[in-house]
Ligand binder design. Structure first.
Ligand code: F6P
Length: 322
């Protein structure tokens, strides 16, 4: 069947670069004589039929903007069979041949649920957490890491001036990717991530004391939100080392801002790849980045994929943060 009409949605936590992906899909699909509809507020808008036609100019001036012009949501109703069926009815009544879902892990499961009810879905990974296991890279991760690095660099100035310990909590849900990369980039003395069961005395306190003995006067500790509470970690460090310690939770600042060059380019390539899949006549695929190439796999295998933790990166961090 020839694809004539597609729809796009962005879902879950917004990620810088989502707009670049939307723009690429709209421009490339229209150039191939496919009409494109935007769905507002993710799966919620798909359920309620909040859909509008997009054109080449609808996506002007959005490439460099963070957030998502299509808006996003975490739709509880779509997690039920009834919710999915509402979306199926909308797709049928509006004669939508395929839906391109841009989002993270939860959105991938949403796309799979919709595909199981007969709607052709193509998934594009976009989440600052970088926790979509089927892809080495998710749109938004680079921007989020760079934002976190810049914030910690600023915090370091005051930690250095007052010879303190700064404990910084970064996002990532159950994934430690933002924490690990940021920790390396800012020279953190300790990095706490959910993928590694840590011994607080050995991995935090002893490291701080050792580096202090080696002449270090200020300390940065990066905590992934899925591993511990930065407020408690800061208190414990102060009690056990006597070093004045402060915690900072970076929060949503990591989700905002203009996407980096990497995120704009990856998002544009993934967007075009999604349209290519549909033009090849394929169904229910997940776009992914593997070893630097943009590829695709079945939605089922994407859902089943297990994320591989980068042990080397973690060990390197331990070797050099002394
Ligand atoms: O998935 C992106 C993310 O920012 C996670 O890092 C974080 O745990 C979560 O979303 C926060 O969600 P909310 O914006 O609903 O507080």
């Amino acid at each position: 069947m020839n694809i004539e009409k597609i729809a796009i949605l962005t879902s879950g936590g917004d990620a810088p670069g989502m707009n670049a992906a939307v723009r690429a899909i709209v421009r490339y699909a229209i150039s191939q004589k496919i009409s494109v509809f935007g769905i507002k507020r993710g799966f919620m808008g798909l359920r309620t039929g909040d859909v509008f036609e997009m054109n080449l100019r609808t996506v002007s001036d959005i490439l460099h903007r963070g957030g998502t012009v299509l808006y996003s949501s975490r739709d509880k109703k779509f997690e039920t069979d009834e919710g999915v069926m509402e979306a199926v009815e909308v797709c049928k009544s509006k004669k939508i041949d395929a839906v391109i879902v841009i989002g993270g892990d939860g959105s991938l499961k949403g796309a799979q649920a919709l595909s199981e009810k007969g709607i052709n879905c193509i998934f594009i990974p976009a989440t600052i957490d970088n926790d979509v296991a089927s892809s080495d890279y998710s749109i938004g991760f680079d921007t989020a890491m760079n934002t976190a690095m810049e914030m910690v660099d600023k915090i370091r100035d005051t930690a250095q001036s007052h010879e303190k310990c700064s404990v910084v909590e970064v996002m990532g849900r159950h994934c430690g990717d933002i924490a690990l990369s940021t920790g390396i980039a800012v020279g953190a003395t300790a990095i706490l991530i959910p993928e590694v069961t840590q011994d607080f005395e050995k991995d935090v306190i002893s490291r701080i004391k050792y580096t202090q003995k080696m002449g270090k006067r200020h300390f940065i500790v990066i905590v992934a939100e899925g591993s511990a509470k930065s407020t408690e970690i800061a208190k414990k460090i102060e009690v056990e080392t006597g070093i004045h310690s402060r915690s900072t939770i970076l929060g949503h600042v990591q989700r905002g801002g203009s996407p980096t060059l990497r995120d704009r380019v990856v998002a544009s390539s993934m967007g075009c790849h999604a349209v290519d899949i549909l033009m090849r006549g394929e169904k229910n695929r997940a776009v992914a980045s593997k070893c630097g190439n943009i590829i695709d796999c079945s939605l089922d295998s994407a859902v089943e994929a297990k994320k591989i933790f980068d042990v080397d990166l973690y060990e390197n961090a331990l070797h050099i943060s002394i």
